[in-house]
Design a protein around this ligand. Sequence first.
Ligand code: ZN
Length: 219
Amino acid sequence: MELAEHLNFFPWTQPTVNNCNSVFIGGTVPTLIDPGHSQLYGHVEVGLSGDHCDPPQLVVLTHCHPDHMEAAEQLQKNGAKLAMHPDEIAYMEGEGRKLASAMGMRFPELTFDILLEEGVLELGGETLEVIHTPGHSPGHVCLYWPRHKALIAGDLVFLQGVGRVDFPGGSGELLKESIKRVSQLDIELLLPGHGPLIKGKENVDKNFQLIEQMYFGMI
Ligand SMILES: [Zn+2]
């Protein structure tokens, strides 16, 4: 679905299967954020063509969990470049790979073209900000797009929820710090990695308050 100019959102709606929400940024560098599981990528492809989006030239991963990044392997084979935070690449190659094999999963063999450091990310004519938000995983990032006051939040925060911190590499303290940081931003549109989006600054701020009250004592 098209949310704003050059901003498309493909929410995962099937409750029985786990996959993430995907976000597309149009313009001269068509970019897909978190393409999801390989076997479920068809739903994103249908969404992209339904919204007349160009084929992604860049895939940005908020973090390395397979439900967010597995389909990046095929997109890279199709010629897309890949971007992830250097701490997350190191985590994936170390602890993450061990964890995945212990769980009978496999991390795809990926080569990263862009090390996604905190700071400005220029995508053709669009300017976004990369925010390093550890907690759910060590090199997790959120993307903030000032033009639309949109936060692409990955697994940092959800509607009435927060990302799990009980995986190896997770940290409740860091998650809280990261949430406090992004809650200072002027956000009209919060696009989480799972569940419904949150529209309107008032609702976004209320959600941050609720998260602080409900979760900060527990994590
Ligand atoms: Zn995750």
